[in-house]
Write a protein that binds this ligand. Structure first.
Ligand code: LAN
Length: 723
């Protein structure tokens, strides 16, 4: 194949190698769900050797031998699984994988490319077109993510993208999409984030959106609704949006743009009063409706927009652009996510020019977001999930008790941990409302650099777990680096005892009343989450162990753990479960909660654990597996998937094993995982397993390997000890 993934210290770039033997990349119509065949088959060709361990070697290799059948199959399955999975690891130590899924990200890249006149290569464009058509649904529309039904958010943006990529209005597929948009009343019924892109592109006048009131950023920071208090993702998206809105940036009105103006609406463009539709949104998209309070505020800011003072606006714009540039520099032009990446790029193009150094630097980092799978080329939800997948992979392999067989792989993974820890705070962190960073671990790469509470926690846990093993690799992650990491964790605990994702919660949850994004929930501030809290508690527990750092800041750590545990307990639902905010869903949240509680010494006989176990047992399917629909996340109540999912099953079985629950249920779960394994050691990709902001799903391709390995590993270990 001609496409190759080139990795360098976590940075992932897909290159099209012209001279390489090329075969057309196939795609599997049955499964457009990021099965990652392109990357995986490349890696397998290079690294995979079928497993050649047979039972006669077990003794010599210190592999447990069981007479009992299920344990013995679990050992074989585990060896096969790791043998496959280790061939996917790259030289810098991480495990690459598809981290896409949202369907509103590629349009941002394509629209920015069109306006600023940077071009993707022909091969990239071909793959992008393939991707967009592959994900078109039978009603002509596109969803907000790859498993969603059609929404205006997905349809309007992807329609425009295909047209900008050169697909003609006469193409039947485009016509179907056109009809969908017309049926839903036209593009004025798209949500505000889509309308924003329409305005920049020049296919909607700026009167079509509510004011983003750029001067808000100049108000005093003590105000509880000041943007410096928003969740960092919300803050970093509304920052360039405010600049672009304030300056009313619009790309060149080309003949194609004029044509699009005629395609997107029912009435003639010139006759539409767009101000009337600012708050219109299709019922297909409505998830978090605008509140009356927000509507009232919009009334004031929209009125202000008629009379604003130019000098003050200039001041606001200057402030915003300097803030945008700071974010660019802090993240090496990757930016915190794919939304602000392209918005920042547009802002820099406008303020510094197409030929500027800054724009060039931005261009160099566009490809960090691209990913190629058999369904085509997409923009990922982040610049990858490198660190996150690596820390879990290490823990899964260690759990098997077979680490001695995989020292190369583990040493490499340790190297990735080493090079990705953030070792200094960002420049002018106070000025730019950045929490400290030193000691933290990011979700993806060091270059990205935004540290995250649970990534840091998992970083600490895995470093210490690896230090407990005797490998001949130098312990480069020194005590002081771990102490800084602990400092980061201690500094991010919220008043409610829990941990949020990146920073402290900076304002009350009432601020959600001002959430302008109708398609996402809970984006305004960084709330405490059970997953982040459990991870941080586990890291603190591990750190204070006798064999590690029992005396370092002991009192503070003890108190932090207690408060964290209380938070977890308080958030248990009546049915015994916990809601998971970052993956699907109750099996994920409950797994984190149980791990945290048990690690902290909660008795398996306690009511909390018993209720959690009861909950899990009540959801097991006849085939032994668990399967949760992504709609669990959306509606915040458990919704069964049509089929059991290996990933949900692994989380449930891991939890039950920690809780020392009914062994028949565990055995049935393990048997399910084994039955589902492919002969090469992989598992098939099933439904999408990650989520954010309640309503958008995101792929974690490696979960299908990591969590089964982890569950099988724990099963072997438990049975080994029992024997
Ligand atoms: C992520 C990815 C990682 C994830 C975990 C570390 C797994 C989680 O435990 C805490 C939250 C976090 C950091 C997270 C938050 C939301 C993100 C950043 C994402 C799901 C990746 C993409 C998403 C981001 C918001 C997507 C861009 C869309 C917007 C609405 C701005």
């Amino acid at each position: 194949m001609a496409w190759r993934l080139i990795c360098d210290r976590g940075q992932q770039v897909w290159k099209y190698l012209k001279n390489e033997n090329s075969t057309e990349i196939y795609f599997d119509k049955q499964n457009l769900n990021s099965a990652d065949k392109v990357y995986r088959e490349n890696a397998i060709q290079l690294n995979y050797k079928p497993l050649n361990i047979d039972e006669s070697q077990y003794d010599k290799l210190k592999i447990p031998i069981f007479n009992e059948q299920l344990s013995s199959s679990a050992v074989k399955s585990t060896l096969n699984a790791i043998n496959y999975y280790k061939s996917l690891q790259v030289e810098d130590g991480h495990w690459p994988g598809d981290y896409a899924g949202p369907m509103f990200l590629l349009p941002g890249a394509i629209i920015t490319g069109y306006i600023t006149k940077f071009d993707f290569t022909e091969e990239e464009k071909y793959q992008m077109i393939k991707y967009l058509f592959n994900h078109q649904l039978s009603d002509g529309g596109w969803g907000t993510h790859i498993e969603s039904r059609s929404t205006m958010f997905g349809t309007v943006l992807n329609y425009i993208s295909l047209r900008l990529l050169g697909i003609s209005f006469n193409d039947q597929r485009i016509k179907n999409a056109y009809k969908f948009i017309q049926r839903e009343g036209g593009a004025m019924y798209a949500p505000s984030w889509a309308k924003f892109w329409l305005c920049v592109l020049g296919v909607m006048p700026w009167e079509g959106v509510n004011s983003l009131f750029p001067e808000l950023w100049l108000l005093p920071q003590w105000l509880p609704f000041h943007p410096s208090r928003y969740w960092c993702h919300c803050r970093m998206v509304y920052l360039p949006m405010s600049y672009i809105y304030g300056e009313k940036i619009v790309g060149e009105i080309s003949p194609l743009i004029k044509q699009l103006r005629n395609e997107l609406y029912i009435d003639k463009y010139e006759y539409i009063d767009f101000t009337k539709y600012r708050n219109s949104i299709s019922p297909l998209d409505l998830y978090s409706p605008q509140t009356i309070l927000l509507k009232m505020l919009n009334f004031f800011t929209n009125s202000y927009e008629h009379i604003y003072n130019r000098q003050l606006r200039n001041k606001a714009s200057e402030f915003l652009i300097s803030y945008i540039e700071a974010e660019d520099e802090h993240t090496n032009y990757i930016d915190i996510g794919p939304v602000n990446k392209f918005l920042n790029m547009l802002s820099v193009w406008h303020s510094k020019g197409r030929q500027s150094k800054q724009f060039e630097l931005h261009l160099n980092r566009v490809n960090d977001y691209l990913w190629l799978s058999e369904d085509g080329m997409k923009i990922q939800g982040y610049n990858g999930s490198q660190l996150w997948d690596t820390v879990f992979s290490i823990q899964a392999i260690l759990e098997t008790g077979l680490a001695h067989l995989y020292t190369n792989s583990l040493n490499l993974a340790y190297y990735y941990l080493d090079i990705s820890q953030v070792l200094e705070d960002v420049k002018d962190n106070i000025k730019y409302n950045r929490h400290i960073s030193k000691g933290g671990w990011p979700f993806s790469t060091r270059d990205h650099g935004w540290p995250i509470t649970d990534c840091t926690a998992e970083g600490i846990k895995t470093t210490l777990l690896l230090h407990e093993q005797i490998f001949n690799c130098p312990r480069r992650i020194t005590s002081d680096r771990l102490e800084y990491a602990i400092h980061f964790i201690l500094s991010t605990q919220n008043k409610d005892g829990g941990w949020a994702s990146y920073e402290l919660q900076r304002s009350g949850s009432w601020i959600e009343w001002l959430n302008p994004a109708e398609v996402f929930k809970d984006i305004m501030v960084d709330y405490s989450y059970v997953e982040c809290t459990s991870a941080c508690v586990q890291a603190l527990l591990k750190f204070r162990l006798e064999i590690h750092f029992p005396n370092h800041r002991r009192k503070e750590i003890d108190i932090a753990i207690d408060r964290g545990i209380k938070f977890i307990k308080k958030n248990q639902r009546k049915d015994g479960s916990w809601y998971g905010s970052w993956a699907v869903c109750f099996t994920y949240g409950t797994w984190f909660a149980i791990e945290g509680l048990i690690a902290a010494g909660e008795s398996t006989e306690s009511n909390t654990i018993k209720k959690a176990v009861e909950f899990l047992l009540s959801k097991q399917n006849f085939d032994g597996g668990w399967g949760e629909s992504y709609l669990s996340c959306v509606y915040k109540s458990y919704i069964d998937h049509k089929q059991s999912q290996v990933v949900n099953t692994a989380w449930a079985v891991l939890s039950l094993m920690s809780a020392k629950a009914d062994s028949i249920a565990i055995r049935k779960g393990i048997q399910f995982i084994i039955n589902k394994q492919c002969s090469n050691g992989d598992w098939n990709q099933q439904s999408i397993s990650g989520v954010f902001n309640g309503n958008c799903m995101i792929s974690y391709t490696n979960y299908r390997n990591i969590f089964p390995i982890w569950a099988l590993g724990r099963f072997i270990k438990n049975n080994y000890i029992q024997q």
